[in-house]
Ligand binder design. Structure first.
Ligand code: C5P
Length: 227
C-alpha cells in the first residue's frame, strides 16, 4: 500500500492528537505532534524569563533559536514519541496551563515558525506520516494527500482539556481553561504568519457529538479512499 501524508489541523483540544495517534498506530505511520514543538519553545522562553503575562522579549528568543534543539524520542512503553528540549524530556512540563497561556504568542513569531516548519518538513519527507497542528495542510504539507480539519464547540473542548488536566492533578478551574481555549483560538486565527484557516481541500469534522471510535472509523474510510 502506498504511503501518504496525513495532515490534521484544527482548534485546540479538538482531539487531533488522539485521532492522529490512532491513525499512526493502525497504519504504522510516524506521528508528529507539532504543538509539542511550539510548546517546548514557549517553555524555553519561560525558563529563561523571556516571556510573562505582561512582557515578551521576542528579540532574545529569536537570538536564542539556534541553540534550541528539539527532538522526538519514541517511548515504546507509551507507544508514542516524547518531546525533548536540548536533551531533556519536557513532555510533562509543556502540558501545563502556564505553557498553554504563553504558547500562542510564541507561535506567532515568524522566525520560530520557519525553524519549526523546516524541521517538520524534513521529518515528513518520506511520507508515511500523520502530523497534527494548525498549519499542516496549508503551510507545512500543502500537497498532503489527506487533510482533516477538526472543530468542536469551545465549551466541549474546554471540558475535555479540563478533565485531562484534573486527571493529572493540575489545579485549574473550568473557567480558566475555557478562557485559555478562547484566547488561543483568537490568537491562532488572527496572527499574520500562517493563521489557523481551513485548507480549501480539507475535510471538516465537527466532533462535538462523535465519540473517538466513530470518528476514527470515519477517517479510516477517508484514508482507504486515498491509498
Ligand atoms: O496542539 P496544541 O494545542 O498543543 O498547540 C499549542 C499551540 O501551538 C497552539 O495553540 C498554537 O498557538 C501553536 N501551534 C501552531 N502551529 C502548529 C501547532 C501548534 O501555531 N502547527
Amino acid at each position: 500500500m502506498k504511503k501518504i501524508t496525513i495532515a490534521i489541523d484544527g482548534f485546540s483540544s479538538t482531539g487531533k492528537s488522539t485521532l492522529a495517534k490512532q491513525l499512526a498506530k493502525k497504519l504504522e505511520y510516524v506521528y508528529v505532534d507539532t504543538g509539542a514543538m511550539y510548546r517546548a519553545v514557549a517553555f524555553f522562553a519561560m525558563q529563561h524569563n523571556l516571556i510573562g503575562t505582561d512582557f515578551f522579549d521576542k528579540e532574545s528568543l529569536v537570538d536564542a533559536l539556534p541553540i534550541i534543539q528539539l527532538e522526538f524520542k519514541f517511548n515504546a512503553e507509551l507507544g508514542f514519541a516524547e518531546m525533548y528540549l536540548n536533551g531533556e524530556n519536557v513532555e510533562k512540563q509543556i502540558r501545563t496551563i502556564e505553557v498553554s497561556n504563553f504558547v500562542s504568542r510564541v507561535a506567532a513569531v515568524s522566525e520560530v515558525r520557519s525553524k519549526l516548519v523546516e524541521q517538520q518538513q524534513e521529518m515528513g519527507k518520506n511520507k508515511g506520516i500523520v502530523m497534527d497542528g494548525r498549519d499542516i495542510g496549508t503551510v507545512v504539507f500543502p500537497d498532503a494527500e489527506l487533510k482533516i480539519f477538526m472543530t468542536a464547540s469551545a465549551e466541549t473542548r474546554a471540558q475535555r482539556r479540563f478533565d485531562e488536566l484534573q486527571a493529572k492533578g493540575d489545579n485549574v478551574t473550568y473557567e480558566e481553561v475555557l478562557k485559555n481555549v478562547v484566547e488561543r483560538d483568537n490568537l491562532d486565527t488572527s496572527r499574520e504568519d500562517s493563521p489557523l484557516v481551513i485548507a480549501d481541500d480539507a475535510i471538516e469534522i465537527d466532533n462535538s457529538y462523535l465519540n473517538k471510535e466513530e470518528q476514527f472509523d470515519a477517517v479510516l474510510e477517508l484514508v482507504n479512499d486515498v491509498v
